[in-house]
Design a protein around this ligand. Structure first.
Ligand SMILES: Nc1ncnc2c1ncn2[C@@H]1O[C@H](COP(=O)(O)OP(=O)(O)OP(=O)(O)O)[C@@H](O)[C@H]1O
Ligand SMILES: [Mg+2]
Length: 352
């Protein structure tokens, strides 16, 4: 069952179209991640779901209840939706404990214990309870905001870049912890992020926005492997894109014939491979396969991204430059001759 249904939502601010005909279904208990460049409408969409913005057109339902359509709107405080805004938005005149306990009906010891448990659940030390928001780091403020939203036991949780102020290690630990926490509580979640790794690992469903439009949504693995267009491909990771002539399930391109999922298509098209699909062998054997020379080595610890330049099989003239992912252990240095082969199939961008 779908918890949330967004039907043809549109919103303009003056001449600026912030949301343009957005349709999206969010299954109950799932985690949907929204990604997109700055200004693409992500925050506007979350604010509309929370009830702080209202659409010019379209409707929104949660568990079958219409929250907003052309005739009426349920106010934000009656929606039972948790919202952690991009800047945390803590009440500056309240302590950490008062912020977290803001909407709690409990009193006395039960209230204190609940606040303590909530602080613990977002890895905040209990001795921070009496601090003021301005005495916290950005990452700590985000966690207080998250605990405040969790306190409401929402039926839907909206998180707008909630881990952006955390360093890499804590970010990944927090992400896992929050995912587990929300999953255990069966809370449907929508998360906005700029971080492609975070998007791919957190999401059951990934939605890509650009210029106020939802350009593609689906399982993260499908979007990574089969993006609709080149911009989406680059947004979700590094991509090797080149022209090819498609014929009988093969893409004839600068790499030679490469298998392709062509669905019977033949003709000219742009194809895409992910850098990890290009395999290197260090030694050049005769003139078989695809010969290339390493021009740059970008070492990143466990992996290494190489820029290689293809060499013409006829006269060895320099050709197209490509990115190749290699293990950090055995990455050949710049100047090395290498042989390239392709793992799996290439992807053809949707023909328009
Ligand atoms: N209250 C407002 N008044 C006028 N324009 C607005 C308002 N809120 C948002 N916009 C505009 O709508 C567009 C979408 O903004 P939004 O904040 O939703 O983007 P975003 O995808 O969240 O960006 P970021 O990644 O930078 O947070 C932008 O062009 C923004 O300037
Ligand atoms: Mg935003």
């Amino acid at each position: 069952m779908n918890a949330l249904e967004l039907i043809s939502l549109s919103k303009s601010f003056g001449a600026q179209k912030a949301l343009d005909d957005i349709c999206l279904s969010v299954p109950t208990g799932s985690r949907t991640v929204i990604v997109g460049p700055s200004g693409s409408g992500k925050t506007t969409l979350l604010r509309m779901i929370a009830g702080f913005e209202f659409p010019d057109a379209g409707s929104l339902t949660l568990n079958g209840q219409v929250l907003v359509d052309s005739t009426h709107a349920v106010p934000a405080y009656q929606r039972q939706i948790g919202y952690v805004p991009q800047d945390g938005a803590l009440f500056p005149h309240m302590t950490v404990a008062a912020n977290i306990g803001f909407g709690l009906a409990l009193t006395g010891t039960a209230r204190e214990e609940r606040i303590k448990a909530l602080m613990d659940s977002v890895s905040l030390d209990a001795n921070m309870a009496n601090r003021w928001p301005h005495e916290l780091s950005g990452g700590q403020q985000q966690r207080v905001s998250l605990a405040r939203a969790l306190a409401q036991q929402p039926r839907l949780m909206l998180l707008d870049e909630p881990f952006s102020a955390l360093d890499t290690g804590l970010r990944s630990a927090m992400r896992k912890m929050v995912a587990r926490l929300l999953e255990d509580a069966g809370v449907t979640t929508i998360l906005v992020t700029h971080d492609q790794g975070e998007a791919l690992s957190f999401a059951d469903q990934l939605a890509v926005m650009r210029g106020g439009r939802l350009v593609q949504s689906g399982h993260p693995m499908d979007l990574y492997r089969y993006p609709h267009d080149e911009q989406t491909a680059h947004f979700l990771g590094e991509a090797v894109v080149m022209p090819a002539r498609i014929d009988s399930g093969l893409a004839h391109c600068d790499l030679g014939p490469v298998p392709v999922n062509s669905n019977g298509f033949s003709g000219n098209a742009q194809i895409m491979l992910r850098p990890e699909q290009l395999q290197l062998s260090g030694t050049v054997i005769g003139n078989q396969g695809c010969h290339a020379v390493v021009t740059e080595r970008d070492f990143a610890g466990n992996t290494c991204t190489l820029t290689v330049e293809l060499r013409s099989p006829i006269n060895q003239d320099p050709g197209r430059s490509l990115l190749v992912r290699s293990s950090g252990m055995h990455a050949p240095p710049a100047g090395s001759d290498v042989q390239l082969s392709v793992l799996g199939a290439a992807h053809i961008f949707t023909l328009s």
